[in-house]
Design a protein around this ligand. Structure first.
Ligand code: ADP
Length: 706
């Protein structure tokens, strides 16, 4: 039905367009007259010539106008004429037209600038008329507007016929105000006025009629047109519909078959293959597998997406495995015990260190509980700890004692973490650090410390006793030496008197005996002096007193004494003094002499022939040395270490026969140290020995310290 209505609408529109085209043609005619210098003049002067030349009947026929009205700008009709162009005779200007010449008429120019231009249909004495009105301008379309030209053409039967022919439609025209208007037409008019300017009625299976209306400038109906249509489209539609239905059925069938075929080939088969590939991957669990992708359609794109997803899955799976391996390595290689207990306190997982430390095997875990693993005293500690952790209290790491499967006790510091899931206690993870060895070591160290403290106390006591002994010894020696020297000096003195014959003549035997007494007494005195010196030094009572003296004086004195000691021995005595040395130095003259004499007397004692040298030299700006060299029996290298100790002599009969106390070098060394010096010895058995004393070189005269 819509198709039929559309067809009607198109044709009615065509009819309306044809009428509009006619109106436009009338407009063109009006333009040619209104925009013309002659008309421009005529409207002002109303000259006859213009009327004669332009407003005769044939011109009206040629222009197909029935009416021409010239109105000046004041609204006065300058000239008007109506012609029946069918009969080619003048007729009266319709009286009803005057209502379009009023001051408010939209057909007229109101002032000199109003270039009025109207094309449309109006009713003149109940007859529809097509009119065009234009403001009158010069030929160059210039103003001021001098007036208005209105051209009119009646829409009469001839015009309707002409329209019917042109549009090939069966058209009937009605005048709206016609009192004889059919009631049916009036109804159509109302229907039209309500909406689209078309009313369509299907009269029967063969006929349909349509009405349309043309309004005037006030929107009032000026012309009603009716078009009758034979229902060709409907008839065609009826037969077409049947054919169409049949064809549609066939097409449907073909479409379904072809679609199913195509669907199967292009979608279902690849989809099934894709699905089987995916389920193969799922069942194989092999993330390296991929689905096979054919073509470039959406399914192929889906396959590629699945493969890309598999790539991603494979990558993250590899990362998970690597990460898991890393954590497992850490987990298994740590020396700490790691345990994972479920909510019921069952051991779910423990690491190798845990097995090693507790002695429990994986098979034991099913029946083992944490509380069974603890020594009884620690069970409550553990329970409180877990409860605290569940209550979010600050955890502490207690020391727990675990009992191994073998019954041994191990001590651990324990860190526990409670895992919650959805607010529920889920598992306990424990990290236990075995500190048994440390605790045992600590206890051993404590024992050792205790015994060390005891030993220290013993040592301190021993030292105190030793020091006391040393003090007593030194005191004893000093007292004894003093007490011994007095009678000894008497012995020496009296024996010397006797030897000098001051107490009368003695025979040879008596002289010899007194000599022996004298020599032994001297020896004893030396010994006592040495012992006294040593005890003084040890007791810290011996002080060196540096005083200035001439080196040569000291050396002359010791040389003299040495020569006495050499006596008849075939020994050459030499002495050198470094000219770089100052003549005068600052030192304890007596003690220095004691040192040199001691060394020189040893040299004479242990040298039978050859040479003894005394070399005094400057070693450095602030050091000088006294070197005693002999060509005597020498000292074996092993003895060099101990000859400076008290009472030590080189072992062996060879040295023993020279006598002596073994105190000389001990005193020398202590004296040298007291003087802030050093002593060293080099020696070769059978070739001789060299003793070098190095002392600080002090030349300025300093104040004597008491
Ligand atoms: P003493 O000479 O009274 O035994 P010393 O302390 O002076 O005591 O000497 C210790 C020992 O060192 C001597 O007994 C001797 O064996 C050895 N000794 C010291 N000086 C010499 C030397 N110049 N040549 C060889 N041996 C020496």
């Amino acid at each position: 039905m819509d198709v039929e209505r559309q067809d009607v609408e198109v044709n009615v529109q065509r009819l309306a367009n044809s009428l509009t085209d006619d109106n436009k043609a009338l407009g063109q005619v009006t333009n040619s007259l209104a925009f013309w210098d002659d008309t421009y003049t005529f409207i002002e002067d109303n000259n006859e010539k213009y009327i004669e030349d332009n407003l005769y009947d044939e011109i009206f026929a040629e222009y197909r106008t029935n009416l021409q009205v010239f109105v000046n700008i004041k609204g006065e009709v300058v000239y008007s004429k109506a012609v029946d162009i069918a009969k080619m005779e003048d007729i009266a200007v319709p009286a009803g037209f005057s209502r379009y010449l009023g001051a408010d008429s939209p057909l007229l120019a109101k002032n000199e600038t109003d270039r009025v231009q109207y094309d449309g249909v109006i009713l003149v004495d109940d007859r529809p008329m097509m009119v065009s009105s234009r403001g009158i301008l010069t030929s160059r379309l210039e103003g001021p507007v001098h007036g208005t030209l209105i051209c009119g053409r009646f829409i009469d039967d001839a015009k309707i016929k002409q329209l019917s022919d042109a549009t090939k439609l069966h058209v009937t025209a009605y005048t709206p105000n016609n009192s004889a208007l059919d009631k049916h037409v009036l109804q159509q008019l109302e229907a039209i006025q309500d909406g689209f300017p078309l009313a369509m009625n299907i009269l029967n299976e063969d006929q349909v009629e349509a009405f349309t209306v043309i309004d005037d400038y006030e929107g009032k109906p000026a012309l009603i047109l009716k078009v009758d249509f034979a229902r060709k489209i409907y008839a065609q539609g009826q037969s077409g519909l049947q054919t169409f239905t049949l064809l549609l059925g066939i097409a449907d069938l073909v479409f379904v078959v072809v679609s199913l075929f195509l669907l199967s080939w292009t979608v279902l088969k690849p989809l099934t293959r894709l699905s089987s590939d995916v389920s193969h991957i799922r069942t194989s669990g092999n993330l390296a597998d991929r689905v096979i992708v054919h073509g470039r359609d959406e399914l192929a794109a889906l396959g590629q997406s699945i493969n890309q997803m598999m790539n991603g899955l494979q990558q993250s799976h590899t990362m998970v495995i690597e990460s898991e391996a890393r954590y497992r390595t850490l987990f298994e290689n740590t020396h700490d015990l790691i345990q994972y207990l479920d909510a019921q306190g069952k051991f779910v997982y423990v690491n190798q260190a845990w097995h090693d430390a507790t002695g429990y095997q994986p098979s034991d875990l099913a029946t083992l509980s944490m509380e069974a693993l603890l020594r009884p005293a620690d069970v409550e500690v553990y329970r409180t700890l877990i409860q605290d952790l569940k209550n979010n209290k600050t955890p502490f790491a207690p020391e727990l004692h675990l009992l191994t499967k073998q019954g041994r006790e191990i001590i651990v510091t324990a860190d526990f973490v409670v895992q919650m899931r959805d607010g529920k206690f889920y598992a306990t993870v424990g990290l236990l650090h075995d500190i048994t060895a440390r605790i045992e070591a600590e206890s051993r160290i404590q024992d050792q410390n205790r015994s060390l403290r005891e030993t220290n106390l013993d040592l301190a006591e021993a030292r105190r006793v030793a020091e006391e002994n040393a003090r007593l010894k030194s005191q004893f020696l000093s007292t004894m030496s003093h007490e011994l020297r007095t009678p000894l000096n008497a012995v020496i003195g009296y024996s010397e008197i006797m030897l000098e014959g001051m107490s009368g003549e003695m025979n040879d035997e008596q002289t010899d005996n007194i000599k022996r007494i004298h020599i032994n007494a001297l020896h004893l005195l030396t010994l006592i002096n040495d012992v006294l010196d040593l005890s003084k030094i040890e007791a810290g009572r011996l002080v060196v007193v540096p005083l200035p003296f001439l080196i040569n004086d000291l050396m002359d004195e010791v040389m003299y004494q040495t020569n006495v000691l050499i006596g008849a021995k075939p020994i050459q005595m030499r002495y050198t003094l470094d000219p770089k040395l100052p003549r005068e130095v600052l030192a304890d003259y007596g003690r220095l002499k004691q040192i040199i004499i001691n060394l020189l007397s040893n040299a004479t004692k242990f040298t039978d022939r050859g040479e003894i040298r005394l070399d005094v030299a400057k070693v450095d700006t602030d050091k000088w040395s006294i070197t005693v060299t002999d060509t005597g029996i020498g000292i074996p290298s092993h003895a060099l270490e101990y000859i400076f100790e008290e009472f030590r002599q080189v072992d062996g009969s060879e040295q023993r026969r020279y006598g002596g106390t073994g105190l000389g070098l001990a005193i020398v060394k202590r004296l040298v140290l007291l003087m802030n010096g050093t002593i060293r010895v080099t020696s070769k058995v059978g070739e001789g020995s060299t003793f070098i004393v190095t002392l600080p070189l002090v030349v300025e005269t300093v104040e004597v310290q008491s």
